[in-house]
Design a protein around this ligand. Structure first.
Ligand SMILES: Nc1ncnc2c1ncn2[C@@H]1O[C@H](COP(=O)(O)OP(=O)(O)OP(=O)(O)O)[C@@H](O)[C@H]1O
Ligand SMILES: [Mg+2]
Length: 295
C-alpha cells in the first residue's frame, strides 16, 4: 500500500510587528487540490510562505507526516514544489537554462534533470521555446515555466501562489488543466482571489479572510450551506445602480430573460426571491467574504 503525504497545520500564526497576517489557522491537508480563496491582503501568501518556511512563523505547528517541517529541513524541502507569486525570473536565461539552474539548486543530478526537464517542457508546452530567452516569453509562457520549475524533483506537495495572475482567459484554462493533470495523489495548494480559477478543479476550498480560515470544505458542501441565503431580483439596466447602493457587494448576472441582481443575506429581503439555479462558489464567496469586505 502506498501512503500519501499528510500536512497538518496547527494554530499557525504570523505577526508582522503589530499586524496580524495569519491568526491561528488549523487545517489538515491530504492528497487533493485545495483552492485557497481570499481577497487581497487576506493572508494567502503569508500562509503559503509559512508552509514553505520562507517566512518564520510567530507560533503554531506545521507537521509533515507528524514531524515539524523546521526539524525536517531539507528532507521536507525535497518533497516540496513552490511557485511564488512574484515573478522572480532570470530574464537573460533561456527557459531551459533556468530549469537546469533550478534543478541544481534542488540538488537533482544532471542525468535526472535532463530527463525531467525534457518531460516538463513538453507538459507545459514550452519545448519549442526552451532555447529562447525568458525576456522574450509572454506572461503565459513565464507562468508555465514557473510551474515547470515547481514540478522539478517530482514533489508530493505543490504550492502555487496565484499561478493564474495576469493570464488571459485561454491561458487561465490551460493553467487550470495543467494543475489538474499534475495533481494526482499529491497535495496541491492553489491560492487565488478569483473564484472562477478554482471552480471545477478544487476538491476543497479554504476561505481565508483577514488571516482566518472561515470555512474549509468541498465546493458542493459549501454551496449547499449557503443556498438558502442567496436571493435575486430581476432588474432593468437603469435600476442596477440603485440596488447596488443598498447591496454594494452583489453580483449582476446576465440571464436569458434579462439582468438579475444577486445578493447574500441571512433573511429574504423585500423585493427579492430565493435564487434557485446556477448556484456556485461565487455565491459562497459572496456570502462569506464579499458581504464582509463591503462593510
Ligand atoms: N513583509 C511584510 N511586512 C509587513 N506586513 C506584511 C508583510 N507581508 C504581508 N504583510 C501584510 O499581511 C497581510 C497579508 O498579506 P499577504 O501578502 O499574505 O496577503 P495575500 O492574501 O497574499 O494578498 P494578495 O492577494 O494581495 O497577494 C496584509 O495586510 C499585508 O499588508
Ligand atoms: Mg499574495
Amino acid at each position: 500500500m502506498v501512503i500519501f503525504m499528510k500536512l497538518e497545520i496547527k494554530n499557525l500564526k504570523k505577526n508582522y510587528g503589530q499586524k496580524t497576517a495569519l491568526n491561528g489557522v488549523s487545517i489538515t491537508f491530504e492528497a487533493g487540490i485545495y483552492g485557497i480563496l481570499g481577497e487581497n491582503g487576506a493572508g494567502k501568501s503569508t500562509f503559503l510562505n509559512l508552509l514553505t518556511d520562507n517566512v518564520a512563523r510567530t507560533s503554531g505547528e506545521v507537521l509533515s507526516d507528524g514531524a515539524d517541517i523546521l526539524t525536517l529541513g531539507k528532507k521536507y524541502r525535497r518533497k516540496l514544489g513552490y511557485m511564488p507569486q512574484q515573478q522572480g525570473l532570470y530574464e537573460q536565461f533561456t527557459g531551459k537554462a533556468f530549469l537546469f539552474y533550478m534543478a541544481s539548486l534542488k540538488e537533482i543530478s544532471l542525468k535526472e534533470a535532463k530527463g525531467q526537464i525534457q518531460e516538463l517542457l513538453l507538459k507545459v508546452n514550452l519545448s519549442d521555446a526552451a532555447g529562447k530567452r525568458i525576456s522574450r516569453y509572454s506572461g503565459g509562457m513565464k507562468q508555465r515555466l514557473l510551474l515547470a520549475q515547481a514540478l522539478l524533483g517530482k514533489p508530493e506537495l505543490i504550492i502555487l501562489d496565484e499561478p493564474t495572475a495576469g493570464l488571459d482567459p485561454k491561458e487561465r484554462i490551460r493553467m487550470r488543466n495543467l494543475i489538474t493533470e499534475v495533481s494526482k495523489d499529491k497535495i496541491v495548494l492553489f491560492a487565488t482571489h478569483i473564484v472562477s480559477d478554482i471552480e471545477c478543479i478544487a476538491d476543497y476550498v479554504v476561505l481565508l479572510h483577514r488571516g482566518e480560515a472561515l470555512r474549509i470544505d468541498t465546493p458542493a458542501n459549501l454551496i449547499d450551506e449557503v443556498k438558502s441565503r442567496i436571493f435575486e431580483r430581476q432588474c432593468k439596466k437603469e435600476e442596477i445602480d440603485e440596488v447596488r447602493t443598498k447591496y454594494p457587494y452583489g453580483n449582476v448576472l446576465q440571464k436569458r430573460d434579462g439582468l438579475v441582481y444577486r445578493i447574500a443575506e441571512e433573511r429574504q429581503p423585500e423585493g427579492f426571491l430565493p435564487a434557485k439555479e446556477d448556484l456556485s462558489l461565487e455565491d459562497v464567496y459572496m456570502f462569506h467574504i464579499g458581504r464582509k469586505i463591503a462593510d
